[in-house]
Design a protein around this ligand. Structure first.
Ligand code: PGA
Length: 250
């Protein structure tokens, strides 16, 4: 059985005090919801403070990025070692990083390796652009992205995949549950061909892109979808709580 996961990607939002306030608003209720992994991914600067706020609760912490070197002259970067005792998860290869910060498949894979080396679990994001989708190239693009980070060992180390069609991120235009299920089914099948049925069966694959409290049920009721990576809607305590609650009730 794959335990469902809801991860909130706060992106570049909230000051430290706003971040603490947001967690405080949901801490108690979130802690009590069972049968789902609840992960929040605030900006780097708030991780230490939030770690303290959620201490002793069932809420898990993730970072939004990582550098692939352990230490050295890389001004401004955050190393895997620095994150290892702060959080359990790290989002890697988000389309905003691929797009705005020129992260190639090769860089993404170095980051995945670096995260796993210190015991951080990557939430590896993949997804196609609108024009690729419209040209019927979705499977080809996903295959290429999966091929860049395809070590069998990743799947035994807690890696989570997130399918996020770029045209659905922050646009209010989510994929339909059926579309997402079909594509995630393709991803699972591909992993099965590469690494065997058991590996494919065990890996959690989330959907991301304009998920809200109003449409979450559509996704988590699908057999292939194991939860969601939530952006905008994770910044509102009541909405995030509702998404997590609905997921726990499936
Ligand atoms: P969104 O973002 O929910 O605001 O569309 C999702 C994501 O980028 O992870």
């Amino acid at each position: 059985m794959r335990i469902p996961m809801i991860a909130g990607n706060w992106k570049m939002n909230t000051t430290v005090s706003e971040a603490i306030e947001l967690v405080n608003e949901m801490r108690q209720e979130l802690d009590q919801i069972d049968n789902v992994d609840k992960v929040i991914c605030p900006p780097f600067v708030s991780l230490a403070a939030i770690k303290e706020v959620i201490e002793g609760s069932s809420i898990k912490l993730g970072a939004q990025n990582i550098y692939f070197e352990e230490k050295g002259a890389y001004t401004g970067e955050i190393s895997p070692l620095m994150l290892a005792d702060l959080c359990e998860f790290v989002i890697i290869g988000h389309s905003e990083r691929r797009q705005h910060f020129n992260e190639t498949g090769e860089i993404v894979d170095k980051k995945v390796k670096a995260a796993l080396k210190v015991g951080l679990k990557p939430i590896l994001c993949i997804g196609e652009r609108l024009e690729e989708n419209e040209a019927g190239r979705t499977e080809e693009v996903l295959t290429e992205q999966l091929n860049s980070s395809s070590d069998r060992i990743y799947y035994f180390s807690g890696l989570v995949l997130a399918y996020e069609p770029i045209w659905a991120i922050g646009t209010g235009r989510a994929a339909t549950g059926e579309q997402a299920n079909e594509t995630i089914g393709f991803i699972r099948q591909y992993i099965s061909q590469q690494h065997g049925e058991k590996v494919a069966h065990n890996v959690r694959i989330l959907y991301g892109g304009s998920v809200t409290a109003d449409n979450i049920a559509e996704f988590i009721n699908q057999p292939e979808i194991d939860g969601a990576l939530v952006g905008g809607a994770s910044l509102k305590a009541s909405e995030f709580l509702s998404i997590v609650k609905q997921t726990s009730e499936i």
